[in-house]
Ligand binder design. Sequence first.
Ligand SMILES: [Zn+2]
Ligand SMILES: [Zn+2]
Length: 77
Amino acid sequence: MGLIICPDCGKEISTSAEACPFCGKPMSTQIKCPNCKSTKIEKISGLSKAGSVALFGVFAMGKVSKTYHCKECGYKW
Ligand SMILES: [Zn+2]
Ligand SMILES: [Zn+2]
């Protein structure tokens, strides 16, 4: 059983907790890297996606479909 940092209030909570006991944020939506299981995930901003689409048109849609980026291993999905 490990500890994770609540993204909302910054307190340490159990990885097995369904919600943060301090602020109530649900943890079931915790995103994990499918490659290395790291929770150091950043969401690729919709803004840069929109920029790529503007530059390359609808043909770039497939390439910008990835939403998350793992800071641990660099995997994108
Ligand atoms: Zn919290
Ligand atoms: Zn990873």
